[in-house]
Design a protein around this ligand. Structure first.
Ligand SMILES: [Fe+2]
Length: 365
């Protein structure tokens, strides 16, 4: 359920009814949310804040969060923040119904036990879509752990456009690109369905319509982009992401480009490339279906076909004036070996190492 911040968070008051103690999982962006923190000061429900985690959160931090949730006898969870805060809260919710103290990564191996802990999230960026998905990412012993469980989809999403007001411009641009890339990649994913495509179309339209207002930091633009990012999250919750996301992680690793920045660097090249190589289609629905899908994607972007859609994506990227990193020969070697072939399985076109290498040479300088 989506609730809004209207009338001094009236719907939040309704949600809080009957709850005694909340675990508030938040990053330090919360100090900028003056109206929201003022509201929390006023409510009768007790609040225990948990912020002892970093971006790319660790399993050990989740264990600390669960410990606090239990010791304080909290009965519900609110997450406020970007993807990391939401992922933390998702894992705290999931693991809080498991036995033991989670030592030595035990909860990562344990069978999940669904619970009904009320779970509300308030995104402070419009991008990850984590508020709509059954996915969370945490790290254990330096290794990425992808958690997928229906039970971690937040039951209530509080959309407060004011939460986006202090977002720095670069983060504003890159998170928007993340949302747009989720919608685009979901659309061409081999896992797409009529329903996921409907969400993708709606998200793309939402990004395009609200882009200028959002970049100018208007309340209407911020509200529209929050909804677009959420809707793109609904799309990837069905399909997962594809090659653009599989290829963008190493760009972030090598050049520190923000995640959404790295994703649009990849997708702006991939879209056109895919339209040219539909004969290498591996989507079981066949090449004609893929051609049609790419054309529909172009149309979802307000263009007549795939080619002009891909050009529009490039022009959006250019307009945002995001940097194109320059890679050395050695970095290109690292990049082409970085893509886990397993993660390309959602992509509708076969990509071997040579193709990936050629793509990275187009993506970067
Ligand atoms: Fe993403």
């Amino acid at each position: 359920m989506i609730i809004t911040s209207e009338n001094n968070y009236r719907e939040l008051d309704v949600w809080l009814e009957g709850k005694k103690k909340i675990l508030l999982v938040c990053d330090d962006a919360i100090r900028f949310l003056k109206e929201f923190t003022k509201k929390l000061d006023e409510v009768k429900t007790a609040i225990v804040q948990f912020s002892d985690f970093q971006s790319n959160p660790l399993y050990e931090s989740v264990v600390k969060g669960v410990k606090l949730f239990r010791e304080e006898q909290c009965d519900s969870i609110i997450a406020v923040g970007g993807g990391s805060a939401m992922d933390m809260a998702k894992c705290i919710k999931l693991y809080s119904s498991l036995s033991g103290d989670g030592a030595d990564g035990a909860w990562l191996r344990a069978k999940a036990v669904p619970n009904n802990i009320p779970f509300l999230v308030m995104p402070t960026t419009a991008g990850t879509g984590s508020e709509a998905t059954s996915y969370a990412v945490i790290y254990y012993n330096g290794t990425k752990q992808s958690i997928t469980n229906e039970n971690i989809i937040p039951g209530t999403i509080l959309m407060d456009p004011n939460a986006l007001k202090t977002l720095p411009l670069y983060q504003r641009k890159s998170t928007m690109c993340d949302a747009l890339c989720h919608a685009i990649e979901s659309f061409w994913s081999v896992n797409s369905t009529e329903e996921s495509k409907k969400y993708s179309r709606r998200a793309i339209e939402g990004v395009l319509v609200n882009m200028d207002g959002y970049l100018a930091n208007t309340e209407e633009g911020n509200a529209g982009m929050l909804m677009a990012a959420y809707t793109a999250g609904k799309a990837i919750n069905i399909t997962q992401t594809t090659a653009g996301h599989a290829m963008c992680y190493k760009i972030t690793g090598l050049f520190q480009s923000a995640h959404g920045h790295a994703a649009i660097l990849c997708d702006r090249v991939l879209f056109q490339w895919m339209a040219e190589y539909t004969d290498e289609c591996i989507d079981p629905r066949g090449e004609e279906y893929l051609k049609e899908t790419l054309a529909e994607l172009g149309q979802a972007m307000g263009c007549k076909d795939a080619k002009s859609g891909s050009e529009k994506l490039k022009s959006i990227f250019n307009k945002l004036e995001l940097e194109i990193p320059a890679a050395t020969a050695q970095q290109y070697e690292e990049l082409k070996m970085s893509v886990n072939p397993d993660r390309l399985k959602n992509h509708p076109i076969a990509l071997n190492v040579n193709a990936i290498d050629a793509l990275y040479h187009e993506i970067l300088r």
